[in-house]
Design a protein around this ligand. Structure first.
Ligand SMILES: Nc1ncnc2c1ncn2[C@@H]1O[C@H](COP(=O)(O)OP(=O)(O)O)[C@@H](O)[C@H]1O
Ligand SMILES: N[C@@H](CCC(=O)OP(=O)(O)O)C(=O)O
Length: 374
């Protein structure tokens, strides 16, 4: 076992993506036996304390079967209608399979726009982290009904990577119909060789990655792109075959299955770099000495009680500067409340947030995961 595979054994938060090509048994409708096997494996992982988020395709393919269509519809509206029909079968199948293992599930439909908008990004993140904390397994797909041509992910590989960033997963597992990524498309090259471990940021991967099959959409190109996205938050990606017996269990044991695409930076460095890149902050909060100490020395979240003053206009989800009372900038962070709201709750305990604002979205102003020090 390589050191990097060994590291996967310690990964606590996983995003697992299952593609259409795999789920729908060559266009014959949902492959219930295969779904049951993945669900059994996921239930066992959850039992071991691994936090899971599932991104599953298959809505369009299942909708096509339900409507008796032989080929993927051309028109956007027909595709959207098929997705709406098929999504019912998809979540129903997951719900009933997971229920057999006493696992609760939740359906989340997302668009690219949802994650590009900071407010909605934070809302999606809060919902997902709440579900994870409650040990409920979110089952995510693209919200095909409202997604139009330009804003469609078009493939769920990208969506899965964005979700991995959103929940700060340590590993993204992309299950597909091949053993992993090969140096050429194995569908057309019998002597293609499997790549066991690569750097996600290696540009030469694009030349080796081809497009997808009839049911799947993106092929290997979107999987490489997804691994690069995931790497931005320090998340490693594994591309493996969903048909390999006990694939998830074996990956969790550190077995060298499929292709491991490694990030260049670990998750904390990546997150810090992302936040630190936001040199243009939307405003400032001035912290008292106790809050500075809690953040810097104890790695805590920033609470309203530690705020002395607010400067500038900012909205929920913007990056702001955290200053000490001497005017020195100590950190930047993604704030959960607007400047107006912080003005009302500054110096108060978190219990007062709902009293003063009439609602409470988060008990901390800036979560410790969203703080980068200077
Ligand atoms: N270098 C490569 N290695 C492995 N598979 C590749 C490669 N290039 C292209 N592919 C194709 O990608 C397909 C998987 O992607 P896709 O059809 O989109 O499935 P999914 O629905 O799982 O996303 C494989 O069946 C394979 O033919
Ligand atoms: N969201 C849609 C399409 C997603 C899609 O085709 O993705 P994939 O098969 O993973 O490349 C669906 O559920 O059918």
């Amino acid at each position: 076992m390589t050191d990097n595979r060994q590291k996967l054994r310690q990964a606590r938060r996983w995003v697992i993506k299952i593609g259409s090509a795999l789920l729908t048994a060559n266009g014959q409708g949902l492959d219930q036996a295969a779904m049951k096997s993945w669900v059994a494996q996921m239930a066992a992982l959850a039992q071991q304390g691994i936090e899971l988020v599932l991104v599953s395709s298959g809505a369009v393919a299942e909708g096509m079967v339900r409507m008796g269509l032989n080929g993927r519809p051309e028109s956007l509206h027909d595709l959207q209608a098929c997705a709406a029909i098929g999504q019912m079968g998809l979540v129903q199948a997951y719900e009933s399979h997971f229920r057999e293992f006493n696992c609760k599930t939740a359906q989340i439909l997302l668009t690219h726009e949802d994650l590009a908008d900071r407010q909605r990004y934070l809302n999606a993140r809060s919902t997902l982290t709440t579900l994870i904390d409650w040990r409920v397994i979110p089952v995510i797909n693209e919200n095909d009904t409202v997604a139009t041509d330009e804003i469609r992910f078009g493939d769920n590989d990208t969506l899965a990577a964005l979700v991995a960033n959103l929940v700060e997963a340590e590993i993204l597992v992309i299950l597909t119909d091949q053993e992993g990524m090969f140096d050429r498309d194995p569908r057309y090259n019998a002597d293609a060789a499997l790549l066991p471990e690569v750097r996600a940021m290696d540009e030469s991967l694009f030349a080796m990655a081809g497009g997808g099959g009839a049911l799947g959409r993106g092929g290997m190109i979107t999987k490489v792109r997804a691994a690069r996205f995931a790497a931005r938050s320090g998340c490693a990606t594994v591309i493996a075959s969903g048909q390999s017996p006990q694939v998830l269990q074996r990956l969790a044991m550190g077995e060298s299955l499929g292709t491991l695409l490694l990030p260049d930076d670990d998750r904390f460095t990546a997150r810090k770099q992302w936040l630190a890149a936001h040199l243009q902050t939307a405003g400032k909060v001035i912290l008292d000495a106790g809050a500075v100490k809690a953040l810097v020395e104890q790695g805590r979240s920033l609470l309203p009680v530690g705020i002395k003053a607010v400067e500038g206009q900012f909205g929920r989800g913007e990056v702001i500067a955290c200053m000490d009372e001497q005017g020195k900038q100590i950190a930047v962070g993604l704030i959960n409340y607007s400047a107006e709201e912080v003005e009302k709750i500054k110096g108060q305990s978190s219990e007062q947030i709902s009293v003063l604002l009439g609602y409470m979205s988060d008990e901390e102003l800036i979560h410790r995961d969203n703080i980068a020090f200077m």
